[in-house]
Design a protein around this ligand. Structure first.
Ligand SMILES: C[S@@+](CC[C@H](N)C(=O)[O-])C[C@H]1O[C@@H](n2cnc3c(N)ncnc32)[C@H](O)[C@@H]1O
Length: 294
C-alpha cells in the first residue's frame, strides 16, 4: 500500500539537490537573466528618487546568483549608490553558498549584506518586534512564494515596506505553464495544505485584481527537459519527479494510479512537447512588479 505523501520541502538536502538538477535541465535562470538584462533596467531606473543609498530585500534568495545580477543592474542604473541588502533565506546551505559567492566577487564593496537565516514570516515577525521603520526601494521574491503559508499576507507585508517609488518583484511559474496544468489537475493530491505550494502568477494576479492593487506583468518563455522522468528507476529522473510534484520520493510513495496519471499528464501536449526523443516541459515563468501602497 502507498505510504502518505510527504512534501519535498521537509528534506532540505534532497530539495536542494533536486532544485540544482532542475536548474541544469531547464532554461530557468537563463530566461531570468534575459529579463534582468533587457527589462529590469527600465524598472529599476525609477526606484530611489535620486537617493545615494538604496535598501534592498531579497526573500528566498537561494545561493544568490540571480540576486547579484539584479544588484549589478541596480548599480548600473544608479552609479555611485551604496546598497543595504537584507538577505532572507532559511536554508543554511544556500546562505553559505551565497556568502561564498559574494566572497569570490570583486567590486561588491558598495553593498552591505545582512544575512537573515529565517523564513519570510520569521523576518516579518523580527521586523515588527524590532519596530523597524526602514523602507525598501527594491524587494524581490523569486520562485519562493510557494513555500509560505499565506502568499497574500506575505505580499501585503512586503508591499507595506516599500518606499515611495519602490518596487516589489515577484517571479513564479506562469498560470499558462505545464506547472499550471499539473497543479490544476492534481492540486488536492500533490499540494501541501499547510503551505500553499501550487500557486502561479495567474493566482497572484487574481488576488491583486480583486484588491485593486497596481502592477505590471511579463511572461518569460522557459523549458525543462524531463525526458529522464520516463525511465523507471533513473536516479536523476526521480529527483526531477520529486521537484515537479514537490513530493519526497514520489516514485516510491505515490500509488501506481497517481504515478501513471502524473507521468501521462507530464508528457501530454498541455504540458510538454516531444521532439528528437526528448520530452520538453513548458516551464514558462511570470513576473509581477508591484508598486507601493497608495
Ligand atoms: C526555488 S528556490 C529559489 C531560489 C532563488 N530565488 C532562485 O530563483 O534561484 C526557493 C528558495 O526559497 C527558500 N525558502 C523556502 N521556504 C521559504 C520561506 N518560508 N521564506 C523564505 N524563503 C524560503 C528556499 O530555501 C530556496 O532557497
Amino acid at each position: 500500500m502507498a505510504r502518505p505523501l510527504t512534501s519535498l520541502v521537509y528534506d532540505d538536502s534532497r530539495y536542494q539537490k533536486s532544485f540544482q538538477l532542475f536548474l541544469e535541465r531547464s532554461s530557468e535562470h537563463q530566461c531570468m537573466r534575459d529579463f534582468i538584462h533587457h527589462v529590469l533596467p527600465d524598472i529599476l531606473s525609477s526606484v530611489g528618487n535620486g537617493k545615494s543609498h538604496l535598501n534592498v530585500i531579497g526573500v528566498g534568495s537561494g545561493s544568490g546568483e540571480i540576486d547579484l545580477e539584479m544588484l549589478s543592474i541596480l548599480r548600473m542604473k544608479h552609479p555611485g549608490v551604496t546598497v543595504d541588502n537584507e538577505v532572507v533565506e532559511p536554508s543554511s546551505q544556500q546562505l553559505l553558498n551565497y556568502r561564498v559567492l559574494v566572497s569570490q566577487k570583486p567590486d561588491l564593496n558598495y553593498i552591505q549584506f545582512t544575512w537573515n537565516k529565517m523564513t519570510a514570516s520569521d523576518f516579518e515577525e523580527h521586523w515588527k518586534v524590532k519596530k523597524m521603520t526602514k523602507k525598501a526601494d527594491f524587494i524581490h521574491m523569486i520562485q519562493m512564494l510557494y513555500y509560505v503559508k499565506d502568499p497574500e499576507a506575505t505580499i501585503n507585508f512586503f508591499q507595506s515596506l516599500l518606499d515611495k517609488d519602490g518596487k516589489l518583484l515577484i517571479i513564479l511559474v506562469s498560470g499558462e505553464s505545464g506547472w499550471g496544468k499539473l497543479w490544476r489537475t492534481y492540486r488536492h493530491t500533490l499540494c501541501n495544505t499547510e503551505i500553499s505550494q501550487c500557486i502561479t502568477t495567474g493566482d497572484i494576479k487574481s488576488f491583486l485584481d480583486s484588491k485593486g492593487v497596481r502592477y505590471q506583468s511579463y511572461e518569460l518563455p522557459s523549458q525543462m527537459d524531463i525526458t529522464e522522468c520516463f525511465t523507471e528507476g533513473d536516479e536523476k529522473g526521480e529527483l526531477l519527479l520529486d521537484f515537479l510534484t514537490e513530493v519526497l520520493n514520489f516514485s516510491e510513495t505515490a500509488s501506481p494510479e497517481l504515478k501513471d496519471g502524473v507521468l501521462n499528464l507530464l508528457r501530454h501536449p498541455d504540458c510538454s512537447v516531444e521532439s528528437d526523443g526528448k520530452v520538453i516541459f513548458n516551464n514558462n515563468l511570470g513576473v509581477i512588479v508591484i508598486d507601493p501602497l497608495p
